[in-house]
Design a protein around this ligand. Structure first.
Ligand code: PLP
Length: 365
């Protein structure tokens, strides 16, 4: 007898986000058995050759996709994005030193709050007053005495994104959790960048960190090895029992990204965002959160409707049509459609179609 499979939903959730069917199938197969080892990937020893191969291939792919050479180190860390909110100042912000933070949204603000536990923090720019519906001006002049500048390349909750990143004299550190590998990008500008994996790169709990080697001698604070970039580099991210499965899924994602190519990914991401922003801009019902074209995120599209009642009705209609995860974050309300790399153009077309149908029914009432 055939077993009926649940229809797979289109998942616009901001994170944990959709993963490609192909990656899920490979991960599922590896849970059953990893490469004729007679073991599940969940049982692989973290200091064995198989996991070492996973680590080495993933590191090489990260460097390839970012066009980085041997002056950078790639780390797989525990603790997702927030652990890096801690590790960055622990490692690079001395007690009497100052770091500059650009406050462009919730995550940027949380990162700077974490840093205040370790040293002095200067807010170089903020768009908090306008509920972050645009990016703040990039600071024109900053003190060269700062230990680093931290910013968030894509603001997941408010739907803004830095499309141009100026070069700085002070080491630049970027939280790229929600737009890493989504477009052509000059990663060489950064002294360190990091990403929580559950958006464009796999499963929650994993954090990717890429750090330029010349940053490592700047670490002066005494730290337990788990929290020290220097110690983690020395131990090749296998300081304690590594998250073998999580890193493996990230490797599958990296292979998927590499196969499709960053150029093709960027082209699709622009097309998807254009389709959805056009639908919102041409609608009398839906209202965009971010007005300025130049600041709009290609990854997270935030919008509202005329009233909470209408918003609820549209979310219900989406759910009936196997579209999920479009409820907006509570600080913006309304909707947020996250258009990460594996969301297809066809999926966005389905959402847009539903928006048109919904608007027509509202008008006719
Ligand atoms: C999701 C997200 C985070 C937080 O990640 P956690 O793994 O939940 O700590 C941090 N920064 C940005 C930009 C994010 O989108």
């Amino acid at each position: 007898m055939m077993t009926k499979r649940m229809q797979r939903k289109i998942n616009f959730n901001a994170g944990p986000a959709a993963l490609p069917d192909e990656v899920l199938a490979q991960a599922a197969a590896a849970v059953k058995e990893y490469k004729n080892t007679g073991l599940s990937v969940l049982e692989l020893p973290h200091r064995g050759t198989h996991f070492l191969e996973i680590i080495e291939e993933s590191k090489a792919l990260v460097k390839k996709l970012c066009a980085l050479g041997n002056d950078y180190e790639v780390l797989w860390m525990h603790g997702g994005g927030r652990m890096q909110f801690c590790m960055v100042p622990m490692n690079f912000l001395g007690e009497h030193d100052s770091a500059g933070y650009i406050d462009s949204g919730h995550w940027a603000e949380e990162a700077l709050e974490y840093a205040t536990h370790y040293g002095n923090v200067q807010i170089l720019a903020t768009s908090k007053k306008s509920n972050y519906n645009s990016l703040p001006e990039w600071p024109v002049s900053v003190s060269e005495g700062l230990s680093y500048i931290h910013f968030t390349t894509n603001n997941t909750i408010f739907g803004t994104q830095w499309h141009k990143v100026p070069k700085t004299k002070v080491p630049l550190i970027a939280d790229m959790s929600s737009d890493i590998f989504s477009r052509k990008h000059d990663y060489k500008k950064y002294s360190l960048f990091y990403a929580a994996a559950q958006k464009n790169l796999g499963v929650a709990g994993v954090g990717l960190v890429v750090v330029r080697k010349d940053m490592l001698p700047c670490i002066t604070r005494s730290l337990p090895p788990m929290l020290s970039y220097k110690a983690q580099v020395k131990e090749n991210s296998i300081l304690n029992t590594a998250n073998v499965f999580g890193v493996y899924v990230s490797l599958l994602m990296l292979r998927w990204i590499d196969k499709k190519g960053i150029g093709a990914i960027e082209k699709d991401n622009k097309r998807k965002a254009q389709l959805l922003y056009n639908a919102i801009d041409n609608s009398k019902l839906f209202i965009p959160h971010v007005k300025k074209e130049s600041h709009r995120s290609l990854m997270n599209v935030c919008f509202t409707a005329k009233s909470p009642k209408v918003e609820k009705a549209f979310i219900e209609l989406c759910e009936k049509n196997y579209i999920t995860g479009i409820k907006g974050h509570r600080s913006v309300g309304g909707f947020r459609a996250s258009l990460y790399n594996c969301i297809t153009v066809g999926a966005v077309e389905q959402l847009v179609q539903l928006m048109h149908e919904f608007e027509a029914t509202i008008k006719n009432k």
